[in-house]
Every structure is written in structure tokens, then in C-alpha cells.
Design a protein around this ligand. Structure first.
Ligand code: KG4
Ligand code: ZN
Length: 349
């Protein structure tokens, strides 16, 4: 089965073509226009998706060596995400489906992130039950997943304020690192001293809940007290003032965020008895998080699945893989309505 997957929930316009569990192409166009604003501007994002989507889909098909006529279905992200951005992808996909007569499969963005770990692997390889740590720019949550259908997903806990990626981006912005700052903090941290600064790790007493706004406030005060950094300074001036301090600061921030994620993910496995952990979403590309989780999981006899780096951040390949998972289970016939948010009830273990 050949599928075209389209993703446009935030600031990446992405499309991929898959055959079964394998990807034949995976094309992404990242929007640069948000850098000047230090975050995604929704109106700019939807316009940029509109401009990019035709070329991105054409590239995905041509790189795969597949024509529109050879496809069996079209998959698209329904949500959660920015409504204007979602509508661009969904309208485009609806148009293609109407033109070709192919089935249109709506996919949940967060479920797709988790399925990125199973690109190239069959559904019967998925070891239920497992704990999923989903860490992106918009979400930080722990789930317990006991089977293949959406009814088998239980929300253990999530962030009360900023998501982990959002914390990286906002703190990075205070340090003049541009947007998105997560990958920059990751790279800088690799040459910094992780023990020089000890920044707060919050809510460790509450196993499944996260909060990163305290860390953000702490950093704002710290940067002001130590380096005279105030919020209206230009990014270049910020970088200039922090200079050689940046790697150590980045290393400290990196430890504070990733350690909370690591500790809670391991704890969730121990509490629920799950022996498999899946980590997904943009922040799962983080080098320190990947390395420390690998050794912690080894210590605790937990099997870790993290997608390869290029499948961690938003991409069309994960949309194809989740759509294929839904088709195999006959669960692909869902209403094609976009949604900005996804509500789930928490489960107490
Ligand atoms: O999943 P994603 O691509 O988009 C959303 O669904 O939000 O995640 C994007 C987030 C951004 O906040 C970005 O800074 C963060 O993932 N990110 C990282 C790294 N790569 C991307 N954070 C830390 N380390 C990284 N290497
Ligand atoms: Zn995402």
C-alpha cells in the first residue's frame, strides 16, 4: 500500500510517501520567517504553508519515484495544532482526495509522533503495554498504552504550563539563541560544563505532572542579576553579553529540562510496570536526553525506542506510518474535522 502523508500543524510544511511501513521519501520545508519574532506567528505560518505545500508534495512524490496515480490513499494531520496551519494541509489533502477518488485518512499529530519509532518496523513488533513520553514544542505528556487502538491510551500526566520544547525555545530566546532554540541549546551544551550551574528541576515530587515555567522565571532573574540581561535587548546584544558563558549556561538548562523528563519517564515505567518506553516529539532529538535515557533504561531493564533524529521533529513520514497503522486496524474512517487541542482524562495508577 502506497500512501502520501501531509503534515502542516505548526511551522513545518512536510510530506512523505510510504510503502507499507517503509518511507520512500520524506520532504520538509521549515519556515524561517518566525525567527525574527522568537516564536511561531500563526498568521505567517498558514500563509507560508499555503505557499510551500504544492512544491513539498510534488517533491515527496518525485523523490519517491511515485506518481499520483500509483497512490492508494492520502493521509493528513487533523490536530492538535494551529487551526490556520492545519486547515491548509487538510484542504489540500481534501482537494487531492476529491480529484483522485482515494481515501483520505485523518491522523492525530501526537499519535503519529509515537509511531515514528515504528517506521520500517511492523505493527506486530510494537510491545504493549508501553509508556510514551511525548515531548514537543506544544506538548509534554506521559501516556500508558496497553494496545493498538486509541481507547488503549491513558494519559498519566502532562505539563501544567510550558511544554519542554517551549521551555527550550523561550529560555533560548532570553539567551539570544534564535528560534527554535532547542537544537542550538543542545549543540552548545555539548561543549559546556553541565555542573557549573545548577538550575531547578521542578515537580519531582509529583510523578506524572510537569511544569517548566518556574525554570523560565528562574533563568530570567538569574540572567538579569548576573549579566544585566533585560527582556528588550536585541538577540545579537544578548549573545555578545553572554559570550563565553553560553555553553555552560546551555549545559545547565539542558540538564534541568532533560533530567526532569528522564526521571519521570523511568518512574512512569516503574509505577505502571511497563517494560518498554517510547520517546517521541521534537525534544526527543536532544542528544543528552537520548544518551541519559539509554543508560537509565539499561539500568532499569527497560527497552527504549526513540525514532531516528530526522523523524523526531514534525515530518510527513510519521503521518504515513500512523495512517498505515490505522488502515491495518480498519480504524481510518474517522471524521475529517481539524482540532486545535486534544482533551484526555487522566488515569491514576
Ligand atoms: O515535534 P516538533 O517538531 O513540533 C511540535 O509538534 O511542536 O517539536 C519542536 C520542538 C521545538 O520546541 C524545538 O526547539 C524542539 O522541539 N527541539 C529540540 C531539539 N530539536 C528540536 N529541543 C531540544 N533539543 C533538540 N535537539
Ligand atoms: Zn510535533
Amino acid at each position: 500500500m502506497k500512501l502520501l502523508g501531509i503534515e502542516s500543524s505548526c511551522d513545518d510544511t512536510a510530506a512523505a510517501v510510504s510503502q507499507g511501513v517503509h518511507l520512500l521519501s520524506n520532504v520538509r520545508s521549515s519556515q524561517l520567517g518566525h525567527q525574527a519574532f522568537g516564536g511561531v506567528v500563526p498568521e505567517l505560518a498558514s500563509r507560508a504553508h499555503d505557499q510551500a505545500i504544492t512544491a513539498v508534495v510534488e517533491s515527496a512524490l518525485s523523490e519517491a519515484g511515485v506518481t499520483l496515480e500509483e497512490l492508494d490513499g492520502i493521509a493528513v494531520t487533523l490536530g492538535p495544532g494551529l487551526m490556520g496551519s492545519l486547515l491548509v494541509g487538510l484542504s489540500f489533502a481534501k482537494g487531492l482526495a476529491a480529484q483522485t477518488g482515494y481515501p483520505l485518512i485523518g491522523v492525530d499529530h501526537l499519535d503519529a509522533h509515537k509511531m515514528a519509532a515504528w517506521v520500517g518496523k511492523e505493527d506486530h513488533d510494537i510491545p504493549y503495554p508501553y509508556v510514551a513520553l511525548v515531548v514537543s514544542g506544544g506538548h509534554t505528556r506521559l501516556e500508558h498504552i496497553s494496545g493498538p487502538s486509541s481507547e488503549d491510551i491513558r494519559l498519566l500526566g502532562e505539563t501544567r504550563d510550558d511544554a519542554a520544547g517551549e521551555a527550550f525555545d523561550k529560555i533560548g530566546k532570553m539567551m539570544g539563541l534564535g528560534y527554535p532554540a532547542g537544537p542550538v541549546v543542545d549543540t552548545l551544551a555539548q561543549t559546556g560544563d553541565p555542573n557549573r550551574f545548577s538550575f531547578p528541576q521542578s515537580m519531582l515530587d509529583q510523578p506524572y505532572e510537569f511544569s517548566f515555567s518556574g525554570l523560565k522565571t528562574h533563568l530570567r532573574r538569574f540572567l538579569e542579576d548576573e549579566y544585566g540581561i533585560v527582556s528588550d535587548l536585541e538577540q545579537d546584544e544578548l549573545k555578545h553579553r553572554l559570550g563565553d558563558e553560553l555553553p555552560d549556561l546551555a549545559a545547565g538548562v539542558n540538564v534541568a529540562i532533560t533530567e526532569v523528563l528522564r526521571k519521570k519517564a523511568i518512574e512512569a515505567c516503574e509505577h505502571t510496570g511497563a517494560r518498554t518506553l517510547v520517546v517521541a516529539g521534537g525534544v526527543s532529538a536532544n542528544t543528552l536526553l537520548r544518551n541519559t535515557l539509554l543508560s537509565s533504561c539499561d539500568e532499569h531493564d527497560i527497552t527504549l525506542h526513540i525514532p531516528p533524529i530526522d523523524l523526531c521533529t514534525d515530518n510527513g513520514g510519521m503521518i504515513c506510518r500512523q495512517a498505515y497503522h490505522l488502515v491495518l486496524r480498519g480504524q481510518h474512517d474517522t471524521p475529517l474535522e481539524p482540532y486545535a487541542r486534544q482533551w484526555m482524562n487522566k488515569t491514576t495508577y
